[in-house]
Design a protein around this ligand. Structure first.
Ligand code: NAD
Ligand code: TYD
Length: 351
């Protein structure tokens, strides 16, 4: 079986659902259920014997040892992380705890388990670490896109903590020979993304007639990848990635934030007419240290593993907006008191 961490989060839950759409291999889903973890995202698996859920923190070495000894996974797919840049600005230490200490704890438990395996199983074992393009810092408009040789230059507490985790993964390969592979992916979007991130936040606010808060001039560029394409890339790297290698995953869809927000407004006008959504766009104070541009050159994934994204930005955005329109219950379930407090913390002080 696979051991997946963070499987109740945005990408992890999509990965598990996609996995079971094509495989009967069981998954043990290890998730602490922070504010970002939502069991409702996997409600369709409630009676599915292929899915085993364990509410465990990746910093909890003893529980992780028990899970490895009991379930004997053939691979780990590591999604669990604190993942939101704005939250990392307000509370950086939780990011260091989970992303750095948690990854180190998981790596070391995995290493000792792997060292105890018979040779053939040890050879086939994989530790797949899911990381981000943000570890490479920011690009100017004329700069070449990030690739596997880009320097690590993280600028936010989030990206620095992810860079720290990438370095630990690399060290466990070089020092112990643990068969690791790392994917560094661009911004994902799609169903089940927590509405603190740009795209779901704008959809949810627009539906309620609330302001659409664009940071600064809105000309920051992200390279958007539909989450289903990210899941297929991870499956491919798990299957054929070379231990010790990095794989950059992107959607060839660079867009400035303001264009993304206008696309959402246009889709809502088509799918839920009756309001001028674009009139809600409001420029607010920028994020401190805001990276200007991220962009991925995914040619290694294409060349070596035959993977490329299949969803266009336009079709992926329409699927995403439709999903939020059809899943009001899911939206209500994640907007707890904690969510309201976060919105107050992040947006009240922006002019
Ligand atoms: P998310 O915030 O939606 O989900 C994170 C999940 O991890 C949640 O279910 C949460 O409960 C769990 N978790 C957090 N701390 C934990 C801990 N200490 N122990 C166990 N579980 C814990 O994140 P996401 O957007 O799904 O991102 C998943 C991974 O992909 C992260 O590692 C992130 O850095 C990376 N990534 C995300 C994006 C993106 O655009 N979302 C892009 C590139 C890379
Ligand atoms: P986000 O979804 O937080 O992802 P990341 O910071 O990891 O790229 O933000 C995407 C872009 O959208 C980023 O440039 C910040 C911007 N943004 C806004 O303009 N307004 C918002 O309310 C949020 C949450 C993000």
């Amino acid at each position: 079986m696979l051991l997946v961490t963070g499987g109740c989060g945005f990408i992890g839950s999509n990965f598990i659902l996609d996995w079971f759409a094509q495989s009967d291999e069981p998954i043990i889903n290890v998730d602490r259920l922070t504010y970002a973890g939502n069991p409702l995202s996997l409600a369709s698996l409630a009676d599915d014997p292929r899915h085993h859920f364990e509410r465990v923190d990746i910093c909890d070495q003893v529980s992780l040892e028990r899970l490895f000894a009991t379930h004997r996974p053939r691979a780990v797919v590591h999604f669990a992380a604190e993942s939101h840049v704005d939250r990392s600005i307000h509370g950086p230490l939780e990011f260091v705890r989970t992303n750095v200490l948690g990854t180190a704890t998981l790596l070391d438990v995995a290493r000792r388990y792997w060292q105890s395996l018979p040779a053939e199983q040890a050879h086939a074992f994989r530790f797949l670490h899911v990381s981000t393009d943000e570890v490479f810092g920011t690009l100017a408009p004329e700069d070449a896109r990030f690739d596997e040789s880009s320097r690590y230059e993280p600028n936010s507490p989030y990206s620095a903590s992810k860079a720290g985790s990438d370095h630990l993964v690399r060290a466990w390969f070089h020092t112990y020979g643990l068969p690791v592979v790392t994917t560094n992916c661009s911004n994902n979007y799609g169903p089940r993304q927590f509405p603190e991130k740009l795209i779901p936040l704008m959809i949810v606010n627009a539906l309620e007639g609330r302001p659409l808060p664009v940071y600064g001039d809105g000309m920051q560029v992200r390279d958007w990848l539909y989450v289903g394409d990210h899941c297929s890339a991870i499956r491919r790297v798990l299957e054929a990635g070379v231990p010790g290698e990095l794989y950059l995953v992107g959607g060839d869809a660079e867009r400035p934030n303001i264009e993304v927000v206008r696309t959402i407004c246009a889709l809502l006008s088509k799918l839920r007419p009756g309001r001028d959504y674009s009139a809600l766009i409001t420029h607010v104070a920028d994020r401190p240290g805001h990276d200007r541009r991220y962009a991925i050159d995914a040619s290694k994934m294409k060349r070596e593993l035959g993977w490329s994204a299949t969803e266009s930005f336009e079709s992926g955005m329409e699927r995403t907006v439709r999903w939020y329109l059809d899943n009001a219950e899911w939206i209500a379930s994640v907007r707890s008191g904690e969510y309201q407090r976060w919105i107050e913390t992040n947006y009240a002080s922006r002019s």
